[in-house]
Ligand binder design. Structure first.
Ligand code: DUC
Ligand code: ZN
Ligand code: ZN
Ligand code: ZN
Length: 530
C-alpha cells in the first residue's frame, strides 16, 4: 500500500506551524502531509489515531552522558554512569526522544591521546548493548596536542561524522587554559566543528571550595555556594571574548543562571555566533532543593547536586524561561548524567569520615557501601556532579512551559528537536516533519482527557535509583514515540528494541550555512589569522 503507517486526527507542531494534519509514513520516512487520506490511500496501513493531540518531530536530546566510567568522568570526580546505551536510550524513548547525542571523552591518560581511539571505545560500548533510539557522539577534548588535532579532527568529521566538541573551563582533570581553548577552537573552526563550552571559572570554584571547607561548610548545599552565578558569568564572558578574537561560533552548554544568559544575549545582539543551551534542572530546581531532604546537612541532598548548580531562586527560573522564549537559548537538552544515589560510585561517595583525610582521588574499587554510609556528611566536592533527566526532559517542558503558556508549541519543538538537529548537523533528516525526513514522532495525549499525575522514580526507565523530580506533577506525557516509522513506545509500554537505534554520522552545523557576512571589527578580532 501507499503507506506503512498513518497518523490521523493530530495537530502537528513544527518550529513554525501548529496545524491539524495527517501524516503518511512509508519506509521509515515522512511521505505525505495532508488534511485527510482517502480510503484507497489508507489501504492496509497501520493507523494511529492521535485524537486531537499534538504530534511533534521526535525529541533530539543533544546532551546525554552514558557509559562514562570512573576514569573517563564525567569530569573525574569518581562518578560512574549508571546508564549504558540500552538503559539510557530506553529511558529516552519512553520520554519522547528519538535521537540523542552522547559524549565520547578523552582523558589526560597517554592512552587517550588519540581522539579516534576514544571514539572507537565509546562506539564499542554502544554496540555492545545496542540503543533504542538513534545516536551520535560529541568528542570531549581535554588537551591541545597539535599533531593529534591536525590529523584526527578531519578524520573524526569524515569517518565518524562527529562535528562538535566539548571543552571545559573547570575541573582540574579536564580544564583548558585560555590559550589552550584558543588552540582547540581554531582547530575545530578549520574543520567546521562546533565548539561546546562548559563555562565555569575553575579557579573561583577551587578557591571558594577551600574557604567553605575551612569553615566546615561541607554539606551538599554548599556545592551551590562554591559556584555562585558570577562563576558562570565570568567564564561565559571570557569565552565570548576568546571566541570573538577568532570569530569562532560557540555553544554554551548547560547555562544555569540569568546573569550568564545576559552575557549570551548581549553577544547575540552584537551579531556574534554565540548559542546557548539550558536544561530542565535550571527551570525546575533552586538552591532550596539542595537542603530539602530531612535536615539541611542530610546527605540525601546530594541528589540535587549538579554543575552548574540550580539557580538561587525562582526569579532566575523566570529569566531562563524568558530566554527560551526570546531566542537567547537555542536548544533545551537534558544533561542526563545518571549517577545512582545508593551505590559505591554514586552520590554517596562524597561521605567522608574525616574531612582532614580528604584526598583528590576516587574511592577505591570495591569499597563497600556500608563503609560509606557509616561515614558522616562530608565534603560536597566529592559528590559526582550531575542528575538524570533524559526521560523527563520533554514532559517537564510541556508541563512547566507549554501548558502554562510560558513558551509556545512551536518554540517547544524548535528548542527540543529542530534547533538541536540544525545545530549539530542532523537537519532535515531529524528535527523536521518534511517529506523525506525520518519518520520520528512524539505524539502526546489529548490534553482534555489526560489525568495529571505525580511522578515517582519507579515509573521511569533509566537505571538510576532516584529522580530529582520525585513527586512533581505532570500534565501530559508522550503517548507514542515513533522512530523511523516504528512505534517504540505506546500507551506506557516499550515496544521497541535495543538495536532499533542507528549510529548517526552528522554534517556541519546548519547555523553556519548562510551566516551573516557582517563586516568584522578588526579592533576586536584577529582577522589576519584566517
Ligand atoms: N558537565 C556536564 O556536562 N554534565 C554534568 C556536570 C558537568 O560538569
Ligand atoms: Zn559540563
Ligand atoms: Zn536524611
Ligand atoms: Zn553534561
Amino acid at each position: 500500500s501507499k503507506f506503512d503507517l498513518i497518523v490521523i486526527n493530530g495537530v502537528i507542531v513544527t518550529a513554525t506551524d501548529v496545524i491539524p494534519c495527517c501524516i503518511g509514513i512509508k519506509d521509515g520516512k515522512i511521505h505525505t502531509l495532508a488534511p485527510a487520506f482517502t480510503s484507497e490511500e489508507v489501504g492496509d496501513a497501520r493507523i494511529i489515531d492521535a485524537e486531537g493531540a499534538y504530534v511533534m518531530p521526535g525529541g533530539v536530546d543533544a546532551h546525554v552522558h552514558l557509559c562514562q566510567d570512573l576514569k573517563t568522568g564525567p569530569h573525574g570526580l569518581g562518578g560512574e554512569c549508571a546508564d549504558n546505551f540500552e538503559t539510557g536510550s530506553r529511558s529516552a524513548a519512553a520520554g519522547g526522544t528519538t535521537t540523542m547525542i552522547t559524549f565520547a571523552t578523552q582523558t589526560r591518560d597517554e592512552s587517550d591521546r588519540s581522539l579516534i581511539k576514544v571514539v572507537e571505545a565509546y562506539n564499542a560500548r554502544a554496540e555492545a548493548t545496542g540503543s533504542y533510539i538513534d545516536y551520535g557522539f560529541h568528542i570531549i577534548i581535554v588537551r591541545n596536542d597539535e599533531d593529534v588535532l591536525k590529523v584526527e579532527l578531519p578524520a573524526l568529521v569524515k569517518d565518524w561524522g562527529i562535528t562538535s566538541c566539548k571543552l571545559f573551563m573547570t575541573y582540574e582533570s579536564q580544564r583548558l587554559t585560555d590559550s589552550q581553548l584558543l588552540d582547540v577552537m581554531l582547530a575545530s573552526q578549520k574543520n567546521d566543528i562546533t565548539t561546546m563550552i562548559h563555562a565555569e571559572n575553575g579557579d573561583m570554584i577551587q578557591w571558594l571550595t577551600e574557604k567553605l571547607e575551612d569553615k566546615g561548610m561541607v554539606a551538599p548545599y554548599y556545592h551551590a555556594l562554591s559556584r555562585p552565578p558570577i562563576v558562570e558569568m565570568e567564564a561565559t564572558n571570557r569565552a565570548i571574548a576568546l571566541a570573538g578574537l577568532i570569530q569562532n561560533p560557540v555553544l554554551f552548554v548547560h547555562i544555569g543562571s540569568a546573569i550568564a544568559a545576559t552575557n549570551v544575549r548581549n553577544a547575540q545582539t552584537q551579531g556574534m555566533p554565540i548559542y546557548a543551551e539550558t536544561c530542565p534542572q535550571y527551570l525546575n530546581l533552586t538552591y532550596d532543593d539542595l537542603q530539602r531532604f530531612h535536615s539541611p546537612t542530610c546527605f540525601e541532598n546530594s541528589k540535587h547536586v549538579c554543575s552548574p548548580p540550580p539557580p538561587p531562586g525562582t526569579s532566575d527560573q523566570d529569566e531562563l524561561y524568558l530566554g527560551l522564549l526570546n531566542g537567547t537559548f537555542t536548544i533545551f537538552s537534558s544533561d542526563h548524567c545518571p549517577f545512582r544515589y545508593d551505590s559505591p560510585h554514586g552520590k554517596l561517595t562524597g561521605v567522608l569520615e574525616d574531612p582532614s583525610s580528604m584526598k583528590d582521588e576516587a574511592p577505591c574499587e570495591g569499597e563497600a557501601l556500608q563503609d560509606l554510609v557509616k561515614r558522616k556528611p562530608g565534603s560536597f566536592r566529592f559528590i559526582p556532579n550531575g542528575i538524570p533527566g533524559v526521560e523527563t526532559r520533554l514532559p517537564l517542558l510541556f508541563s512547566g512551559g507549554l501548558a502554562t503558556g510560558r513558551i509556545t508549541a512551536q518554540k517547544f519543538v524548535e528548542l527540543t528537536s529542530t534547533n538541536p538537529a540544525k545545530l549539530y548537523g542532523l537537519y532535515p533528516k531529524k528535527g523536521a516533519l518534511m517529506p523525506g525526513s525520518d519518520a520520528d514522532l512524539v505524539i502526546w495525549h489529548p490534553q482534555k482527557t489526560f489525568k495529571s499525575f505525580r511522578l515517582i522514580n519507579s515509573m521511569l526507565h533509566h537505571n538510576v535509583d532516584y529522580t530529582p523530580y520525585e513527586g512533581k506533577e505532570f500534565v501530559n506525557w508522550p503517548r507514542y514515540t515513533i522512530l523511523r516509522g516504528k512505534v517504540i513506545w505506546a500507551e506506557g509500554e516499550l515496544t521497541g528494541k535495543a538495536y532499533d537505534g542507528e549510529y548517526l554520522k552528522r554534517g556541519p552545523s546548519y547555523f553556519g550555512k548562510g551566516a551573516s557576512k557582517r563586516p568584522i571589527d578588526s579592533r576586536k578580532t584577529a582577522t589576519w589569522l584566517h
